[in-house]
Write a protein that binds this ligand. Structure first.
Ligand code: PLP
Length: 432
């Protein structure tokens, strides 16, 4: 498997380099040079495959021998070990639950697969790999859980003190082993600046094998294609299928495009956003105008300059005309989001989180145009992750799964630190 940068399609890197580097030097994004299709027989016999077997077939086909098959097997076994069930709402609507992993959000799929791949690529190195991550909350939880106890890898998570929710903080600070949390007296931007500076520091990069768990790492994108196929497998309908994707950085949607390129029959994708509607606007007008993000109740989607947009364009040869044939746009505000959560509960007795609710509203609009189609909404996180808003909207107390509830009583362990690069650097040198 070879990959190019979206900024230079003539220069190729190996999968190993793309995964360990995360980002090309030219500020583009890594893309597979060739996306092979899976045989028609695979899609015809999909029901005979388990979720892990589907993941294995996709990975093997895409990697084209970059990693021996038995190692791919092992990576998949460790990474794809929780289900992605489809729950039908009515005759043309369903929800794909992507929250059955350790951090209760779809990012678990990407984080676990990336952890396994990095561990594989670092296996012959006697030096451990130290992953630095700055988080404003959600990503850190998935990365911490994904890398937990992964061989040869240590993780340092920087988060802004007092600025993440209690449960989010517990997800970062209670695991131990190879996961260490730094509680920074500053903002998320300060955390990110410290990480960036570390990668530019000669002393640090020469004495520690540093890497990042960047959200745009190709290793996070690939596993997100698995569940589109897994969802398709579970359908009983013969209708053309659309996926509605609550989006922020558009990694999830981009992974859907990858699945489609590999042969999955998808009629359309629906790009659903909150007030941060840069992509729906682009689909409407052909103009891409990134801008600062606006805070909303679906805050994991508060992105004003979606990092995967370049990959989306790349899939369509930079043609707006082609992209808008495949992808429909939808955006709504917080008031509509609240109504969506309420409606899904009242109509279907299903608790959908604010992000999923936007996907549901997008699906309703889409079905007005294509009433004969069938839509699957990606439910990107468990509703209890947004319990305060959920309880208020539904006027009741929603249940919290045991694996989240137990975190409350666990003791947080962190190293407190000023937002000061000198202190951060010394700490790294002393500990790794
Ligand atoms: C990260 C996240 C999103 C946005 O996903 P992208 O791949 O960045 O578009 C949506 N919902 C939830 C709950 C998330 O955590």
């Amino acid at each position: 498997m070879k990959l190019y940068s979206t900024n230079n399609k003539k220069k190729f890197v190996t999968l190993e380099e793309a995964v360990l580097k995360g980002l090309p030097d030219d500020n583009g994004l890594f893309m597979p040079e060739m996306i092979p299709t899976l045989p028609a027989s695979f899609f015809k016999n999909l029901k005979d495959y388990s979720f892990a077997e589907i993941a294995f077939q996709i990975t093997k086909t895409l990697f084209q021998g970059a990693i021996p098959e038995e190692n791919v097997q092992e990576i998949i076994q460790n990474a794809v070990n929780f289900p992605a069930p489809v729950v039908e709402l009515d005759e043309n609507k369903a929800v794909l639950e992507l929250y059955h992993g350790p951090s209760l959000a779809f990012k678990d799929f990407g984080a676990r697969f990336m952890a396994q791949l990095m561990s594989y690529f670092n296996r012959k190195n006697d030096k451990e790999l130290v992953i630095l991550v700055a988080t404003s909350g959600d990503t850190g939880g998935a990365v911490a859980a994904g890398f937990y106890k992964t061989l040869g890898i240590k993780v340092v998570i920087l988060y802004p003190s007092g600025k993440v929710s209690d449960l989010q903080e517990k997800q970062l600070t209670t695991l131990g082993y190879n996961i260490h949390a730094l509680e920074i007296d500053g903002s998320f931007d300060d955390c990110q600046a410290l990480v960036k500076q570390a990668f530019l520091d000669k002393k640090l990069t020469s004495s520690i094998r540093l890497s990042s768990a960047n959200s745009i790492n190709i290793a996070r994108l690939i596993p997100q294609s698995f569940y589109y196929v897994e969802a398709y497998k579970q359908l009983k309908t013969q209708k053309p299928v659309a996926f509605c994707i609550p989006s922020g950085n558009f990694g999830n949607l981009t992974a859907g495009l990858l699945a489609q390129k590999m042969g999955l029959p998808v009629a359309h994708f629906v790009a659903a956003t909150n007030a941060n509607d840069v992509v729906p606007n682009y689909l409407k007008t052909g103009k891409y105008e990134p801008r600062p993000s606006i805070p909303t109740i679906s805050n994991a989607m508060d992105v004003g300059a979606p990092s995967n947009f370049k990959r989306m364009q790349d899939f369509y040869g930079d043609s707006w005309e082609s992209m808008k044939q495949d992808i429909y746009g939808y955006a709504c505000d917080d008031a509509a989001t609240r109504e969506g959560v309420k409606e899904v509960f009242e109509k279907y007795n299903y608790e959908i989180d604010p992000h999923g609710a936007i996907g549901y509203l997008a699906l309703k609009e889409y079905l007005k145009v294509f009433p004969e189609h069938y839509g699957i909404v990606l439910e990107t996180a468990h509703p209890s992750k947004f319990k305060v808003d959920m309880d208020e909207i539904l006027e009741k107390s929603i249940d919290v799964p045991a694996r989240l509830a137990v975190l409350k009583d666990k003791k947080k362990e962190t190293t407190e630190m000023k937002a000061d690069f000198g202190a951060f650097k010394n700490w790294l040198l002393e500990n790794y």
